[in-house]
Ligand binder design. Structure first.
Ligand code: EPU
Length: 417
């Protein structure tokens, strides 16, 4: 197991490229199970979660090759229809294989994910939607057993907007007999990207990018080639790091159009931001202004940027608030930020952050992907040495973050823990 050792404070400066989006590539990898043949996914980030999904596809019998950010998945000879506990517990997105397996191979046995570091994270909507499409679903010995001779179209209304349930149901409904209407769909760009990729592969999805989508089931999904969109959360994390360190960072190969809520919040903090076609130039202020952030579904402020934003606000001149309405318990970074001398009070799903003049280095523990990146941002601001333990969390979602930060002038090393 590795740790990061960061000596701060530093002012980030220079330019950094964005990789492909983790949360877009994982459902696309699962969607390859709908086709029989070779799918090619380009601009794939080299991440631990991609390796976990690769392992899962290999267990199912797919042939997977990954080179130069291009993933080739051959699904012509699946031999197993089970996603085991060992993989699902390390990456919840493994459950994405359930819909495609039932739709294309009539059954699936997928481990129930259980809780995650910051709360229960239910999957009831995934199951409800599959049942509405005619699958028989039984929960047995910690596994979900789902089966259907052929799924059939239905009207499904999601009571809350869910990225995972929308993506899962889309992947199942494309092969269902007849028409499916999905209401209150998630609008996150990664879901839109999945729908577009499925349409390129022969699916008939109307209303892509709307809250209501209508899917006319087809008999086959063709093997597809798709280039993954840039990772908006990685881009947002570097923008936040620039603001936190009063630095100047140009983030390239990104899509600024899906980062508006984050860039607006950083502008409130005093950042000077110039938006290009596929780049963002961020100049951080000498002293951060307080801000009040509430996470919402897209196009609102993303929960996946909440922890990083909180790190930035630790050095604001005044009191800020961050409220998470998507995951009301997603605050495992708070006690760790406090170890770095941040002043944060938690009141339910509301964090009240009293800005301090400076943070101090200390040993801290990474607890999930985004909490880890918040700790990196805080460590870059803090005076002295910070050791961030358990960085395997960050390797799940950020490709070579330490190399990218070093090129921006950070003093960061990866060492055995
Ligand atoms: N929800 C339910 N029932 C369900 C599914 C979701 O009640 O069956 C609730 C959740 O508890 C939550 C809300 O719906 O309150 C939204 O959750 P959603 O289903 O949208 O989240 P997800 O699909 O499990 C994805 C991302 C997360 C990101 C969320 C929210 C992937 C692989 N994961 O999770 O990303 O936080 O959407 O945008 O796409 C990350 O990258 O660090 C990460 C955690």
């Amino acid at each position: 197991m590795d740790k990061f050792v960061i000596n701060g404070p530093c002012k980030l400066s220079g330019s950094v490229e964005t990789n492909g989006a983790k949360n877009a590539v994982l459902p696309l990898m699962a969607a390859s199970l709908l086709a029989r043949g070779e799918c090619v996914i380009k601009n794939v980030p080299n991440l631990r979660d991609v390796a976990t999904m690769t392992r899962l596809l290999e267990i199912l019998g797919a042939g997977v090759a990954f080179k130069n950010h291009v993933l080739t998945i051959d699904t012509s000879k699946l031999t197993c229809l089970e996603a085991p506990y060992d993989l699902v517990r390390t990456m919840r997105a493994s459950i994405y294989v359930m819909g495609p397996l039932v739709a294309a191979h009539k059954k699936a046995r997928v481990s129930q994910p259980g809780g995650c570091a910051w709360g229960p994270r239910p999957i009831d909507l995934h199951i409800m939607a599959l049942e509405r499409l005619g699958a028989k679903v039984a929960l047995e010995h910690g596994y979900i057993n789902a089966s259907a001779k052929r799924l059939r179209g239905a009207e499904i209304i999601f009571p809350v907007s869910s990225v995972g349930a929308t993506a899962q149901t889309l992947m199942a409904a494309v092969l269902a007999k007849g028409e499916t209407t999905l209401k209150n769909c998630a609008l996150e760009p990664e879901v839109v990207e999945l729908a577009k990729a499925l349409n390129k592969a022969g699916a008939k999805i109307q209303g892509v990018g709307d809250r209501t989508m209508t899917i006319t089931g087809v008999d086959a999904i063709e093997p597809f080639t798709h280039r993954v969109m840039p990772d908006r959360i990685e881009a947002g994390t570097f923008a936040a790091a620039a603001v936190a360190t009063a630095g100047r960072v140009k983030i390239t190969k990104c899509d600024p159009s899906n980062l508006s809520a984050v860039l607006d919040a950083l502008t409130v903090c005093g950042a000077d931001i110039e938006i290009g076609e596929d780049s963002i130039d961020v100049q951080g202020p000498d002293r951060v202004e307080p801000a009040h952030v509430v996470t919402r579904e897209y196009p609102g402020f993303p929960t996946d940027m909440q922890a990083q934003m909180m790190a930035v606000l630790c050095r604001a001149k005044g009191t800020s608030t961050v409220k998470d309405t998507i995951y009301t318990d997603r605050f495992t970074h708070v006690p760790e930020l406090r170890r770095l001398a941040a002043s944060i009070r938690l009141d339910g799903n509301l964090a009240v952050i009293h800005g301090v003049k400076g943070l101090e280095g200390a040993p801290v523990m990474a607890t999930d992907i985004r909490a880890s990146s918040a700790l990196i941002i805080a460590a870059l601001m803090a005076k002295g040495r910070t050791d961030i333990l358990r960085v395997y969390h960050i390797d799940r979602g950020y490709e070579k973050i330490e190399r990218k930060l070093r090129r921006l002038g950070a003093d960061i090393k990866r060492m055995p823990q």
